[in-house]
Design a protein around this ligand. Structure first.
Ligand SMILES: Nc1ncnc2c1ncn2[C@@H]1O[C@H](COP(=O)(O)OP(=O)(O)O)[C@@H](O)[C@H]1O
Ligand SMILES: [Mg+2]
Length: 249
């Protein structure tokens, strides 16, 4: 079971973004997906929760064909797959607690007291205890990212998808987020997909690393394997050496 993308094609008008992208995430692992800006990483991730539907190919989560789910089934799926958006995407007019508890409000079986406890527990997990009454505008960039993670874990998802969780953060805050990702994996047993172009973060959190390039999967392997790769496209990317890409196809 777990997450599987099979030969996914996706274009927006003339712009072909995914051209037969396949990937299988193993239960319990943290899989990092690399790729240049605009290569389609966010587009790929959105397919997993049905925010986008493939033109061709398919996406399965625990055997469920995402594009064939009803609205109700999709809603259930999104509780099992937490999504940490690239730009935190918190609601400005709602407090941090309200943002974190948002996904729980709609669960009929959870009482108000339980929501409060769960929100507090999630804030504590991300090191934001006592910040519940603040507004997002009163948080730093790193705190916003952590609030986004707290919101994503509030429904106790089996999967967590992180879209560039450390981009734009200072090195210390970055390290805090990396540790948090590891903690979600080790303490909560969450299966994770992390999009990043930060190699330091990638090596810290990844069990396996994939690279998306020209709409397809260019690489898949362990951190050791990617360090040893001779593929100029992959090597050029991870070592930040554009000259390696010039003669590559
Ligand atoms: N909803 C959309 N409508 C049209 N074009 C889109 C849409 N979403 C993404 N794109 C285009 O798809 C390409 C890949 O985008 P994206 O997945 O966001 O890249 P990244 O790898 O940086 O996350 C870009 O050219 C982007 O402009
Ligand atoms: Mg993106």
């Amino acid at each position: 079971m777990s997450i599987r993308l099979e030969g996914v094609y996706k274009a927006f008008g003339e712009v072909r973004v995914l051209e037969g992208f396949s990937l299988e995430v193993e239960e319990g692992e943290t899989l990092v997906v690399l790729g240049r800006s605009g290569s389609g990483k966010s587009v790929m991730l959105k397919h997993i929760v049905g925010l986008l539907i493939p033109d061709r190919g398919g996406v399965w989560v625990d055997g469920r064909h995402v594009s064939e789910l009803s609205t109700e089934e999709l809603y259930l799926l999104r509780r099992e797959v937490g999504y940490v958006f690239q730009f935190a995407a918190l609601f400005d007019s709602m407090s941090v607690s309200e943002n974190v508890g948002m996904g729980l409000q709609r669960l009929e079986r959870v009482s108000r007291g339980e929501i409060r406890d769960r929100v507090e527990e999630c804030l504590e997990l991300v090191g934001l205890e006592g910040f519940g009454d603040r507004l997002p505008a009163e948080l730093s960039g790193g705190q916003k990212k952590r609030a986004g993670i707290a919101r994503a874990i509030a429904t106790r998802p089996k999967y967590l998808l992180y879209d560039e969780p450390t981009t734009g953060l200072d090195p210390i805050t970055k390290a805090v987020i990396d540790r948090l990702i590891l903690r979600m994996s080790r303490e909560l047993g969450v299966t994770g997909v992390v999009i990043t172009h930060d190699m330091e973060s990638a090596y810290k959190v990844a069990d396996r690393i994939a690279m998306l390039h020209m709409g397809q999967r260019r690489f898949l392997g362990t951190p050791e394997e990617i360090r040893a790769t001779e593929d100029p496209v992959v090597k050029g990317f991870i070592e930040g050496r554009p000259e390696l890409l010039e003669n590559a196809s």
